[in-house]
Design a protein around this ligand. Structure first.
Ligand SMILES: Cc1ncc(COP(=O)(O)O)c(C=O)c1O
Length: 451
């Protein structure tokens, strides 16, 4: 029987075998096109089973920064595997976890000094929310238990992370599980919540957060934001003043600020961390994705010493009771250290700066197209917001059928993109060359011109 089964399996394609047993994320399995069978990664390219080379224009869901299968990262991984692949992190420690924590503290906004590892972006957010809640209990202020989040937010798919994300198609089926959260406006300038134009506004939308903080008074545990760039909620790029204003308001109302830098961390917005654009230090920062250069799942939630101190006690009930089997996985931490070496040795941030200039220049000509409503660029990300009516800025959002249609057209040309409905974005690994950027931008211009 086993022999028969293995003959059947080896006779069918990877896609057929996938279709027999797998269930993909964010995928309507009835209508989605067959998955791409990827057999190899090489720099900015993904190579399919039949030998096609696709330029990875989403950095494999925003995680990859130095390119696929990078020799130095491969070496760090292999060397660590020879020494120690994993050990529980309660009651044990190891060199890669310590070294990565030291290196993170050295590059993070000053004052973030205590690293708590987990294993993905959503868990990094869960840890931040739980830390904030218990912090207030430990310091004798248990009434501070509410969270404030922004419209258009996306913080992940676990229950706490969904609760602080925008109420949307992504979360609606799970609403009975979610806790209630106060929401404030985000600075989505193209669709200004106050109907203003950026050139005439004084970041007036910040008043919405102030009103929430006034109303909730002493009940707020923390405000959580994706600084400078809200990702999955629409690729909303902020004016820096909004971020500075959020910090100011959190200080004024005595609440904690959680910065979710799962997407923005490690250079994606042109600075090492998005908070660096305004020299803001949050009380807690959430990291994942490029933390391991996209190699392995790892999350880190880094807190200030003030927060950490509140958990030190002879009373064991004040302990932070949270952990995961793969907390501080040594392989992931070793690759994280090697990735930080590459930042230093390859002038990675300078590269992102040049990428930003090229993206601005290359996308600007699209502004005249009737379907292009807005063009936004920050760091290594170029964003085009499509509309069905330029005058009214009408658009159909995430379920807009234009997303999959465009994805298919890009794929045809060898460019792997995954628009968020009417939001087309290009977010390549930083190692992309100028010529490759020019080529990708040309594909984007041609497809959008003829769609
Ligand atoms: C800002 C932000 N936070 C959290 C997450 C969740 O990360 P993960 O998918 O690793 O759970 C994401 C994922 O896209 C994100 O963009």
């Amino acid at each position: 029987m086993i022999g028969t089964m293995s003959r059947v399996i080896s006779g069918t394609s990877l896609v057929d075998r996938d279709r027999a047993h797998l269930w993909h994320p964010y995928t309507q399995m009835r209508t989605a096109p067959p998955p791409l069978p990827i057999v190899k990664g090489e720099g900015v390219y993904l190579i399919t089973e039949d030998g096609r080379r696709l330029l990875d224009g989403t950095s494999s869901w925003w995680v990859n920064i130095h390119g696929h299968s990078h020799p130095r990262l491969n070496r760090a991984l292999a060397e660590q595997a020879q020494r120690l692949e994993h050990v529980m992190f309660a009651g044990c420690t190891h060199e890669p976890a310590v070294a990565l924590a030291e290196r993170l503290v050295a590059v993070l906004p000053q004052g973030l000094t205590r690293v708590f590892y987990s294993d993905n972006g959503s868990t990094a957010v869960e840890v931040a929310l739980k830390l904030a809640l218990q912090y207030w209990q430990n310091v004798g202020r248990p009434e501070r238990r509410a969270f404030v989040a922004l419209h258009h937010a996306y913080h992940g798919d676990t229950v706490g992370a969904m609760s602080v994300s925008e109420d949307s198609l992504f979360t609606r089926a799970f609403s009975p599980l979610l806790f209630s959260v106060a929401r404030a406006e985000s600075p989505y300038c193209y669709r200004c919540p106050l109907g203003l134009e950026r050139s005439r506004c004084q970041i007036d939308c910040l008043s919405s957060l102030e009103t929430v903080l006034q109303r909730q008074g002493e009940m707020v545990a923390a405000v959580i934001v994706e600084p400078m760039l809200q990702g999955a909620g629409g690729m909303v790029v902020w004016p820096g003043e909004f971020l500075a204003g959020v910090r100011r308001l959190c200080d004024r109302y005595g609440t904690l600020l959680i910065a979710d830098e799962v997407l923005t961390g490690f250079g994606r917005t042109g600075r090492m961390f998005a908070c660096d654009h305004q020299s803001v230090t949050p009380d807690v920062i959430c990291l994942s994705k490029a933390l391991t250069a996209g190699y392995l799942p790892l999350g880190a939630t880094v807190a200030s010493e003030r927060l950490y101190d509140a958990f030190l006690s002879d009373d064991r009930a004040k302990t932070f009771f949270h952990g995961h089997s793969f907390t501080a996985n040594p392989l992931a931490c070793a690759v994280g250290c090697a990735s930080l070496d590459l930042f230093r040795d390859s002038q990675t941030l300078e590269r992102v700066g040049r990428l930003e200039t090229q993206l601005r220049r290359g996308l600007a000509p699209l502004a005249d197209l009737p379907i292009v409503g807005d063009i936004r660029v920050i760091g290594g990300i170029g964003i085009v917001e499509l509309v069905s009516d330029k005058a009214t800025r009408r658009a159909d959002g995430y379920l807009d059928g234009i997303g999959p249609r465009l994805a298919a057209a890009f794929l045809e040309r060898g460019l792997l993109l995954r628009p968020l409905g009417n939001i087309v974005y290009f977010m390549p690994p930083y190692v992309i060359t100028d010529d490759e950027v020019d080529w990708a931008l040309q594909q984007i211009r041609e497809v959008l011109t003829h769609c």
